[in-house]
Design a protein around this ligand. Structure first.
Ligand code: SF4
Length: 236
């Protein structure tokens, strides 16, 4: 007699449930989450974030102590030449343009903001070398605002976890979806959760699903039996 097989149909997880699982996991696993960049004030943070574009935080942390000692204030950096700044940042990626942006950014701080880093999105993105992502990092890290900076890690992990739609194919679309679905109080930490998870666990080339605490509900998990591998791994 032929064996009778029973299939238990699992209800697909709703987006709300997916976000709840994601937040609950990190609230427990990583209650404190912050930038790995070293800084002592908003000006130093802005310099470090600008230098970190397309570069590792580790490399940036190697150059900033000497840079900040040579140019401790916006005024000191505004009075420097590009080549003087370049001497300190030559080992980061795109050193020429970053050195130029640092000097011009410091000059604008002196000319238009009294030597202070503005805590306003529009004023931040008007600074040379500062884009949407950098401005969001500044507002979130320095001032605790509910801003989601979307870098390559945040973009990739959000897609792999199914937190955002496949159609969210730009950093701005991903930012909008994450901000809509994550409670405002959790947004500053959620940026670091996604970033650090992407940096150390859900890495670009080979995600470490075997040691990932999210694999039970991740639609891209390589280890969970109900996963659909690669289901939402869109790259920016
Ligand atoms: S289960 Fe794998 S693909 Fe999913 S978030 Fe974890 S490491 Fe990334």
């Amino acid at each position: 007699m032929a064996a009778v097989r029973f299939f238990v149909l699992q209800k697909p997880m709703t987006k709300k449930e997916r976000y709840e699982r994601f937040i609950a996991y990190f609230q427990q696993a990583m209650p404190e989450a912050n930038t790995e960049l070293h800084y002592a004030n908003p000006f130093q943070l802005l310099c470090a974030v600008m230098l970190s574009a397309q570069c590792t935080d580790k490399r940036v942390n190697m150059v900033t102590p000497a840079l900040f000692e040579a140019f401790p204030t916006p005024q000191a950096m505004a009075e420097a030449t590009k080549d003087e700044v370049l001497y300190y940042v030559k080992s980061v990626s795109y050193p020429n343009s970053k050195a130029e942006h640092l000097v011009k950014m410091a000059q604008m701080l002196m000319e238009q903001h009294g030597g202070e880093v503005p805590g306003d999105f529009d004023a931040l993105i008007a600074l040379p070398g500062v884009g949407r992502k950098t401005a969001n990092v500044m507002l979130s890290v320095a001032w605790g605002e509910a801003r989601m900076a979307v870098d390559t890690h945040v973009f990739r992990v959000s897609h792999r976890l199914g937190l955002v739609a496949r159609t969210a194919d730009t950093p701005f679309k991903v930012e909008r979806e994450l901000v809509k679905n994550i409670p405002a109080d959790d947004i500053p930490r959620a940026h670091h959760w996604l970033l650090l998870h992407g940096r150390y666990v859900c890495t670009s080339r080979r995600p470490h699903c075997e040691r990932c605490g999210l694999s039970a509900f991740c639609p891209s998990s390589a280890v969970h039996p109900s996963s659909t591998r690669g289901g939402n791994g869109t790259q920016p």
